[in-house]
Design a protein around this ligand. Structure first.
Ligand code: ADP
Length: 267
């Protein structure tokens, strides 16, 4: 079982990812795809007159402030446009894909964080009305049912809170929780960079390998949202996933290349 997470940044080639995924699926590999949609969500939110608001926590993590309207736009793009676009591509390639959010069947479950701390002009502010959280529990029954019947699950945030409220969760960490729960042999985090770069954005500074016991010490190289990937990788390997690979989804055969050792391998 391999969990593939493909991001939502500009430059990601979903056609290339789906073609590669389909080929591996037809060769008998068990796969689950998790995807993001941040770039497109920002664009659509702007068009709808509700541009994204990003906040930085006191510990330096950047996230989207998700009020109710943002959550609804987020769902339109992630669960609608991006999810169905991927499912359609896979269906055209002869893969019987089923697209679901973490809310469906409570696949991804976690605690709703209504208020969030944000650093603005050097001061810490508390913002309320946030629909975010972290995946704490993965309910695998529905996924196992689908895989057992020959369907390829295509999953996306949001998750369900314990009260059943939709919450925006980080896709990389959701994929990590899924990989642990499914006892995946590998998890791929594909984005628009060759892997973790020691000196971002210099692509020649690619870090080729990271020892599993040492992942968190590499957080210093990651800026912004790349930090969540490093954190997700640490959580996955700590939870028993054999290896995590940060790979490039801009062209070629992103999944096969990563499995063959391209990108940054955490093992
Ligand atoms: P996605 O939505 O595709 O999963 P994110 O935007 O969440 O991707 O994270 C990937 C981004 O992280 C890259 O596009 C890059 O701009 C940024 N980044 C920050 N630091 C690094 C680094 N050290 N190595 C690679 N990418 C980095």
């Amino acid at each position: 079982m391999i969990v593939v997470k493909v991001g939502g940044s500009a430059g990601i080639d979903y056609d290339a990812v789906c073609a590669d995924l389909a080929q591996l699926w037809h060769s008998g590999k068990k796969l689950i795809l998790v995807h993001g949609g941040s770039g497109e969500t920002n664009r659509v939110a702007g068009l709808l007159g509700h541009p994204p608001r990003f906040i930085t926590s006191p510990s330096g993590y950047t996230s989207r402030f998700t009020d109710r309207q943002t959550l609804e736009i987020f769902e339109m793009v992630y669960c609608g446009k991006i999810n169905k676009g991927i499912v359609e591509r896979l269906q055209r390639l002869g893969v019987n894909a089923v697209g679901l959010s973490g809310l469906d069947g409570r696949i991804f479950e976690g605690k709703h964080k209504d208020s969030v701390r944000s650093v603005e002009n050097g001061k810490v502010k508390v913002l309320r009305g946030d629909h975010t959280g972290t995946v704490e529990k993965v309910n695998t029954q529905l996924i196992e049912l689908l895989l057992g019947a020959g369907y390829l699950p295509v999953l996306t945030p949001p998750a369900a809170s314990y009260e059943g409220v939709a919450i925006n969760v980080d896709g990389d960490r959701a994929a990590a929780a899924l990989a642990v729960a499914m006892k995946a042999e590998a998890m791929l985090l594909l984005s628009n960079v060759p892997g973790l770069l020691r000196d971002f954005p210099d692509e020649a500074s690619l870090i080729r390998s990271i020892p599993a016991a040492d992942v968190e010490s590499y957080l210093e190289f990651a800026q912004d949202r790349m930090k969540k990937k490093v954190l997700g990788a640490a959580e996955a390997v700590a939870g028993g996933v054999g290896r995590v690979i940060f790979g490039d989804a801009r062209a070629g055969q992103p999944i096969s290349a990563a499995l063959a050792g391209a990108g940054t391998v955490v093992q």
